[in-house]
Ligand binder design. Structure first.
Ligand code: UGA
Length: 433
C-alpha cells in the first residue's frame, strides 16, 4: 500500500520504517530540512536500537524515502499518518497547532479518497476537529475518512513495540477506512480493537495515565516502606504475582520523565476539566511524581550534608535507559537543584550527554563512568543503564573520596554494597550506613 507519514519524530519514524519493512511504499515527511537530509543519508536523528539498520535497508530497497515537502507525501499516499508533535501549552493543555496545519495541507492537496490517520497522542475529539478543518478547506468534492490509531511504542524499544504491539486500536465510523487499516495491519499479529474515534483517542490517554499512576503508586509505597523499615522491591514483587496487578511498572525510583507521561498526565487532567470532571486521582499522580524528585534531593542532602563545593559523580542522565532523550528527565531538576546548592557535578551517560549539554550548564561531562568517581564525595545513579550494573565496585570505591552511593533506580543490591564497604542509599529500602 502507499503510505505517508507526516512528522518523523519517534512515533513517525518508527511507523514509517516498520510499514516500509512490511513491504509498503512509504514516504516520511518533516519540515526539518537538516533532519531529512540526514535521514536520506542514513544518519538517525535519535538513538533507537535497530532503527538505523532498518531505515538503511528500506531506503536501499526503495520502499522508504524522506522529503521536506508534505504535499508530495500527501499526494503519494492512500493512507496518511499524522505523527507531528503535540507539545504542551504553558497551562498543560495540548497544543494542536501542528496537527491543524497538516490538516489544512491535506485539505488543499488531496484529489482522491484518502484515509487520514492521527497517531500522535491527542485530546479526545481531535479526530472531529481534523475532519471539520478538512471539510471546511477542501477544494474539490473529494471523499476522505479520519481514523484514530494511537501508538503505544516506548522509546528504547520503538521498533520492537511497533512490529509486535500488544494491541492495535482503530477508531473510525467508516467501514471503508477500517477495511484499509485492517489490510495495512494484516501482517502484524495482535488483538485489534475497532471502535469509534473518541474511544480510540481516550484509550491512549487512559493507558498512559494509568501507567503513570502505577509508578506514582509504587513511589508512594516506597516512601511508606522507608518510614516502616520495609523493602519496596519485595513489596512490589509480592504484589506483582497477582495477575490482576502485574509486575511491570512497579519499579520505585526518582519519578517518571520523558516526553509522554509528564505532558499526557497534565493534558488529561485538563481534558477531564473541560468536560467538568475534577480528576483528583491523576492530580495526585502528578504531585507524587514532583515530590519524588524533591525527596531524592533531600536524601542526597541527608547522606552527604551540605552539597556546597562538594564533588558529586553522576551516572545516567537520560529519562530512562536505551535512549538519548533528556526531555523532562528527572536528572535535570535534581542536578540543577544540586548546582543551586553549590555542588560540583561530573556526569556520564552512554547516549544522552549530547542532548544534556543544552539543558544543563556548568556540568563536567566525562568520557567514561569511572571518571565521574574520581575524588567524588558521593555517586548518584539517575538512569539504570545495563552497563552500570557491570561496573567494578572495588575500582569505584578506590577512586572516590568517600564511598557513598545514592541510587535513584535501586540498581544495586544493598547487601553487596554493604560487603564492599559503601554507605548506600536507595529508594524505599533500608539505608546501608
Ligand atoms: C510511554 C509508554 O510506556 C508508551 O506505551 C507510550 O506509547 C509512550 O509513553 C508515548 O505515549 O509515546 P516512554 O515515555 O517511552 O513510553 O517510556 P516508559 O518506558 O513508559 O517510561 C516512562 C518513565 O517512567 C521513565 O522515566 C521511566 O524511568 C519511568 N518508570 C517506568 C519508572 O519510574 N518505573 C517503572 O516501573 C517504569
Amino acid at each position: 500500500m502507499k503510505i505517508s507519514v507526516i512528522g518523523t519524530g519517534y512515533v513517525g519514524l518508527a511507523t514509517a520504517t516498520v510499514f516500509a519493512e512490511l513491504g509498503n511504499e512509504v514516504i516520511g515527511a518533516d519540515i526539518d530540512k537538516e533532519k531529512i537530509e540526514k535521514l536520506n543519508k542514513g544518519i538517525m536523528p535519535i538513538y533507537e536500537p535497530g532503527l538505523k539498520e532498518l531505515v538503511e535497508r528500506n531506503i536501499k530497497k526503495k520502499r522508504l524515502a524522506f522529503t521536506n515537502d508534505n504535499k508530495t507525501a500527501i499526494e503519494h499516499a492512500d493512507i496518511i499518518f499524522i505523527c507531528v508533535g503535540t507539545p504542551p501549552k504553558d497551562n498543560g493543555e495540548t497544543d494542536l497547532k501542528y496537527v491543524e496545519k497538516v490538516a489544512l495541507e491535506i485539505a488543499s492537496t488531496i484529489k482522491s479518497y484518502k484515509v487520514i490517520v492521527h497517531k500522535s497522542t491527542v485530546p479526545v475529539e481531535t479526530g472531529e476537529k481534523v475532519k471539520k478543518i478538512i471539510e471546511a478547506n477542501i477544494k474539490k468534492n473529494v471523499d476522505f475518512d479520519v481514523v484514530s490509531n494511537p501508538e503505544f511504542l516506548r522509546e528504547g524499544s520503538a521498533i520492537k513495540d511497533t512490529m509486535e504491539p500488544e494491541r492495535i486500536v482503530i477508531g473510525t465510523d467508516s467501514k471503508r477506512a477500517s477495511e484499509m487499516m485492517k489490510k495495512l495491519y494484516s501482517q502484524i499479529k495482535a488483538p485489534m480493537i475497532i471502535t469509534d474515534v473518541r474511544s480510540a483517542e481516550l484509550i491512549k490517554h487512559a493507558s498512559n495515565s494509568f501507567l503513570a499512576t502505577k509508578i506514582s503508586f509504587i513511589n508512594a509505597i516506597a516512601r511508606i516502606c522507608e518510614l516502616a523499615g520495609a523493602d519496596v522491591g519485595k513489596v512490589a514483587e509480592g504484589m506483582g504475582y497477582d495477575k490482576r496487578i502485574g509486575s511491570s511498572f512497579l519499579n520505585a525510583g526518582i519519578g517518571y520523565g520523558g516526553f509522554c507521561f509528564p505532558k499526557d498526565v497534565q493534558a488529561f487532567i485538563k481534558i477531564a476539566e473541560s468536560y467538568g470532571y475534577d480528576f483528583q486521582m491523576l492530580k495526585a499522580t502528578h504531585s507524587i511524581n514532583e515530590q519524588q524528585k524533591k525527596f531524592f534531593v533531600e536524601k542526597i542532602k541527608k547522606a552527604l550534608g551540605n552539597p556546597n563545593n562538594k564533588k558529586i559523580g553522576v551516572l545516567g542522565l537520560a529519562f530512562k535507559p536505551n535512549t538519548d532523550d533528556m526531555r523532562f528527565a528527572p536528572s535535570v531538576y535534581i542536578l540543577q537543584e544540586l548546582q543551586r546548592l553549590g555542588a560540583i557535578i561530573n556526569a556520564y551517560d552512554p547516549e544522552a550527554m549530547g542532548k544534556a549539554k543544552s539543558l544543563l550548564n556548568s556540568i563536567n561531562f566525562c568520557k567514561e563512568p569511572y571518571d565521574v568517581c574520581i575524588n567524588a564525595e558521593a555517586l548518584l545513579i539517575l538512569t539504570e543503564w545495563n552497563e552500570f550494573k557491570e561496573l567494578d565496585l572495588e575500582k569505584i570505591k578506590s577512586l572516590m573520596k568517600h564511598p557513598i552511593i545514592i541510587d535513584g533506580r535501586n540498581m544495586y543490591d544493598p547487601k553487596l554494597l554493604r560487603e564492599k564497604g559503601f554507605r548506600y542509599f536507595s529508594i524505599g529500602r533500608k539505608d546501608v550506613v
